[in-house]
Ligand binder design. Sequence first.
Ligand SMILES: [Zn+2]
Length: 339
Amino acid sequence: MRRKILTCLALSAAFLCACGKVPSGNSVQQGEIEHSVSDSSNNAQVENRGADKNNWWNVLPRKDWAHYQRIPQQQDWFEVYKVLDGVYAIYEPGQFEEVISFLILGNERALLFDTGLGIGDIRAVVATLTDLDVVVLNSHTHYDHIGGNHQFSQILGRDTTFTRLHEAGSSHDDVAEFVGPGWVWKEFPPDFDPSTYRSKPFQIDERISDRNKIDLGGRILEVLETPGHTPDSICLIDRDNHLLFSGDTFYLAPLYTHLEGSDFEQYAHSAARLAALVVDIEYVLTAHNVPIVTSSYLLELREAFDTIKSGRGEYALADGHREYDFGDFSIIVANESSE
Ligand SMILES: [Zn+2]
């Protein structure tokens, strides 16, 4: 986990998401947790690969997924689950990020919240799940959330400099490491070539901003701008169904406030905003590792930021950054911005 952060920063922080690997509290056995967080060898998360070694994928499969109905797919790269009525999680456990994209169905159209890594054919997956027109919206534009954008013709997005940078796509060098040794344990799809992997350019048709409502027919999603992880981070709230789609603003793993484009103070403000909405939210659908957590974590997130801001929090140094451990999640803070 820690070495991974250093590697990412050295490579191209602007294209990172990098969710880290503290396992969820409810989804992993205690022994696995100890194994995961105590491994402090160099490049601990992505080296030591191979049989009987301390690999990040040893925590798989995460138990939470067993609670949901799995929808069989022809492509081995994806695991697809119906996680709630009208909500499918499209999970990519074969790569370190374990990213999760969500297909949200209305009566008239569907919204795909993130498009994954761009390794498999996510459009083909979506076609197995719905005949409705599909509009894409990204929780933010890190590489592991925009990989399949280029396959879709209707894309909503923020109007930020950060977003426009990522619309243009990346070079292979920007993202090559993320499909390299130790980052992937599954076989790549037969038509995928890691030597040419990049984030392909895409075009946003319609710019959205805070409080915009997206009507899918019988389901309304409201945009909440939640900058901090990136300048263009958003969450979606489905008030009628008491759901929050949190993107990378919250998940059960290290939360990154220290990357290029991240902003600790903005992140803290966004956390407070989400906590204030907790009475309207029952479940939070997160973009990495496990699909659904209870909304009480939003209160814990606000409290965690308050603790760090107060100077009371204990931290460990991780590649020069501060990691504050709050149990089922942690927060990584750049040393210079946490005072
Ligand atoms: Zn991210």
